[in-house]
Design a protein around this ligand. Structure first.
Ligand SMILES: Cc1cc2nc3c(=O)[nH]c(=O)nc-3n(C[C@H](O)[C@H](O)[C@H](O)COP(=O)(O)OP(=O)(O)OC[C@H]3O[C@@H](n4cnc5c(N)ncnc54)[C@H](O)[C@@H]3O)c2cc1C
Length: 419
């Protein structure tokens, strides 16, 4: 196996965007490793539109968005290994790979970009009481069955979880002729984008019940129905509130988990909140020369931001390979998630090596109305922005200008305040 300067793990939009950018930054010896048979990642099964509004100023389907990047990869001399899985990454950047043609083999590149995306949280993580009949699927599995394999999982559907995949699948199943009884959401707010609630539920008269969960699954061989119950403020089922819904299919859309098993084996430090790597403003992880971007770093709402992030990781990986990534001399400055903020990316920066303009992405930890997003540097407010509504489903950002900082800064904090 030829050796490479840069290996990118994952051929979804993050991996593709990173490969194109790194090539254009002068790295000509790049390999993308993808375990699937095709490039494009999760976008291949997202045949709805709504992708690319920020990036291309037009509404594309998932496969169309992915194809634009696949074409760019093909126009460059970038190697791609499909149907190949990365089994392990060691702290000294040795990748162990396996496929049917080469068997098991290793590569030691100068730098690695992690772009493995995320996976769905399974039923096992929920502990729903009841039997174990056929008919319980994760929403992403059902999406693949309907959009790629051409199978309908069922005809009468209840969906648990109002994240974007659950919302999109409510509409998809309806368009394919199923009756979607309702979407139940355990939180008092949706984890999905507002536009998806309007376009996927409201437009099809599909009810959305908040503070509600599945309290029992009924059925022996095939699912026959579920009991939905209200939950209290501690998310405990309220006895006596249960209501029976007949259905042959229960779709679970109960969260995404960044795929970080390889990051762990490489010794990369993970963030308890994002379940992705802890990264600097260069999107470099705690392991020298290993960078991360896309859903493996934190779950994104829009792919356009995945592409932006992949380019930052690639630019820094290219500089690292070329020996042009200056070593940071100034102290590590934490970017703190203050009141109302769930996490920030990056989690820290160095004043002397940070870019002139740094975009900090974050999510809020609840639904808030009429708040100010405030950016503090060592207790001094340097930026604020009013927002009418903030919800965890929508990723937020704030730009930090280096000229607003001084070389001695020790802490940056983002928090929500009353207007
Ligand atoms: C149902 C759904 C609806 C969405 N709707 C929208 C929308 O309307 N608009 C929008 O902008 N965004 C939407 N998104 C978000 C967007 O699709 C994602 O943010 C984006 O696809 C993430 O890109 P990624 O490259 O990080 O991950 P992925 O697309 O998941 O790619 C990761 C790739 O890594 C590969 N991989 C993982 N581990 C290994 C390994 N060990 N070895 C080799 N390969 C590996 C996987 O096979 C996969 O191909 C949606 C997402 C979903 C799931």
């Amino acid at each position: 196996m030829k050796n490479y300067d840069l290996v990118i793990v994952g051929g979804g939009p993050a991996g593709l965007g990173a490969a194109v950018k790194a090539y254009d930054e002068g790295i000509k010896n790049i390999l993308i490793v993808e375990r699937d048979l095709v490039l494009g990642g999760i976008l291949n099964q997202c045949i709805h539109n709504g992708f690319g509004l920020h990036r291309f100023g037009e509404e594309l389907t998932g496969p169309e968005y992915a194809q634009r990047f696949i074409d760019q990869v093909k126009q460059r001399d970038i190697d791609v290994l499909l149907d190949t899985i990365v089994l392990d990454i060691s702290p000294d950047k040795e990748l162990t790979l396996m496929n049917q043609i080469n068997g098991m083999f290793t590569i030691v590149p100068k730098a690695i970009i992690l772009a493995m995306g995320c996976r769905e949280r399974p039923r096992g993580a929920l502990n729903i009481p009841g039997s174990r009949p056929a008919g319980v699927f994760s929403a992403g599995t059902a999406q693949r069955m309907v959009n790629i394999e051409g199978y309908m999982p069922g005809k009468k559907v209840v969906i648990l979880g109002s994240g974007d995949i659950g919302l999109i699948m409510a509409r998809r199943m309806t368009l394919e002729g199923a009756k979607v009884q309702c979407v139940a959401e355990i939180m008092p707010y949706s984890g999905g984008l507002k536009r998806n609630i309007v376009q996927c539920l409201n437009d099809y008269d599909i009810p959305l019940y908040f503070s509600t969960t599945v309290s029992e699954i009924v059925g022996k061989d095939r699912l026959e129905g579920v009991y939905l119950s209200k939950v209290d403020d501690n998310m405990k089922v309220i006895p006596g509130s249960e209501k029976y819904f007949e259905c042959d299919t229960l779709l679970l859309s109960v969260g995404l988990i960044p795929e970080n098993e390889l990051s762990k084996s490489a010794g990369v430090k993970l963030d308890r909140k994002t379940k992705g790597s802890v990264v600097s403003d260069r999107l470099m992880t705690s392991v020298d020369g290993i960078f991360a971007c896309g859903n493996v770093l934190h779950v994104h709402d829009l792919v356009d931001y995945v592409s932006e992030e992949s380019e930052i990781a690639a630019t820094n990986a290219a500089a690292y390979i070329n020996g042009q990534l200056k070593e940071a001399k100034s102290q590590k400055v934490e970017v703190k998630a203050g009141t109302g903020i769930s996490y920030t990316i990056p989690q820290y920066l160095h004043y002397d090596t940070m870019p002139e303009n740094l975009t900090i992405r974050f999510r809020v930890n609840g639904v808030y109305e009429k708040k100010t997003i405030a950016l503090y540097v060592d207790g001094r407010e340097i930026k604020k922005r009013k927002k009418k509504i903030l919800a965890p489903g929508e990723m937020e950002k704030i730009d930090l200008n280096k000229e607003d900082l001084n070389p001695e800064i020790s802490e940056i904090e983002i928090k929500l305040e009353e207007i």
